[in-house]
Write a protein that binds this ligand. Structure first.
Ligand code: MG
Length: 156
C-alpha cells in the first residue's frame, strides 16, 4: 500500500464559474486559476501523485503552458490515473475534505462522488467527499477562497 496527501487552495474571483469535483456550482464567483480552478481535483491529483512518488500537479502540467489555460481539471485527473496505471498502481481509497465558508456544498457532494469515482475507475463506496467551514476563522472563514485536503491509498 502507498499513502498520499494533497492540499490546494484558490482564491475567489469574479467572472468565472465555480467548479468543484467536476460539478459546476451556482455561485456569484468562481476560483482564480490558470485551469478551471477545480481545487478539489487539484488536491486529489497531488495526493495521487504523492502516493506514487511522481511529483506534483504543477510539475506535470505547468501553469506557464498555454495548453492548460482554462483546461477542465478532470482531463488532468484522468491523465494522472493513466500515469498510475503505467506504474502498476491502483487507487484503493480516497478521502477528501473541502474547507469553505460559502457556498454550502453538502447538496453537491453526491454528484462529486459520482464524477470523481468514474474518472478514477473506483467504486463509489471507496471515495468520500466531505465539507466543513472554519466557523469564520482564517482565509476560508472570511470567504476569500476555498481549500481542500485529500488523502489516498494506492495498491501496488
Ligand atoms: Mg490548484
Amino acid at each position: 500500500m502507498r499513502i498520499g496527501h494533497g492540499y490546494d487552495a484558490h482564491r475567489f474571483a469574479s467572472g468565472r464559474p465555480l467548479v468543484l469535483g467536476g460539478v459546476t456550482i451556482p455561485h456569484g464567483e468562481g476560483l482564480a486559476a490558470h485551469s478551471d480552478g477545480d481545487v478539489v481535483v487539484h488536491a486529489l491529483c497531488d495526493a495521487l501523485l504523492g502516493a506514487a512518488a511522481l511529483g506534483d500537479i504543477g510539475k506535470l502540467f505547468p501553469d506557464s503552458s498555454e495548453e492548460y489555460r482554462n483546461i477542465d481539471s478532470r482531463i488532468l485527473l484522468r491523465e494522472v490515473v493513466e500515469r498510475l496505471t503505467d506504474a502498476a498502481l491502483r487507487v484503493s481509497s480516497v478521502d477528501i475534505s473541502m474547507v469553505a465558508q460559502r457556498p454550502r456544498l453538502a447538496s453537491h457532494i453526491a454528484d462529486m462522488v459520482e464524477i470523481l469515482s468514474s474518472d478514477l475507475e473506483l467504486a463509489s463506496d471507496r471515495l468520500n467527499v466531505k465539507a466543513t467551514t472554519t466557523e469564520g476563522m482564517g482565509f476560508t472563514g472570511r470567504g476569500e477562497g476555498i481549500a481542500v485536503h485529500a488523502v489516498v491509498l494506492l495498491e501496488e
